[in-house]
Design a protein around this ligand. Sequence first.
Ligand SMILES: [Zn+2]
Ligand SMILES: [Zn+2]
Length: 146
Amino acid sequence: MICTTGGCLCGAVRYTLVQAPDHYDACHCGMCRKFSGGVEFGFDTPPDSVTWEGAENIRTYRSSDWAERGFCGTCGSSLFYRTVGDGPAAGFLSMAGGSLDSLEGLTLTTEIYIDSKPSGHAFAGDTKKMTEAQVMAAFGIAPEGN
Ligand SMILES: [Zn+2]
Ligand SMILES: [Zn+2]
């Protein structure tokens, strides 16, 4: 059974998903690398499909004109990436894959910003790979980081 609950390392922030994700993705961009301290995994879900507990402990960092990143104010765990305002890709939410209580049963399907992937990383399986330019085109925004 695929997990529908997650949260940060210290437990101050918890969430429950209405629907379990069926896959997750990896982003190799330099911003996600810094934010996560590794490779940022994520799964897209509608914002209204997440019920938060301890939401008052969430802090956000506005990482670009159109998006912000959420993390726990106590332990610093990555929680999400989401678009803000009504600009490109409005309403997009990618939950930090590693925040799920278990990734068992989920398949890593896509790697984005593959052109930024450090040469030391290689994931098993036949993933779909997208370059920065392909991701930006899919989002409908100009290529200047995310
Ligand atoms: Zn925490
Ligand atoms: Zn990224």
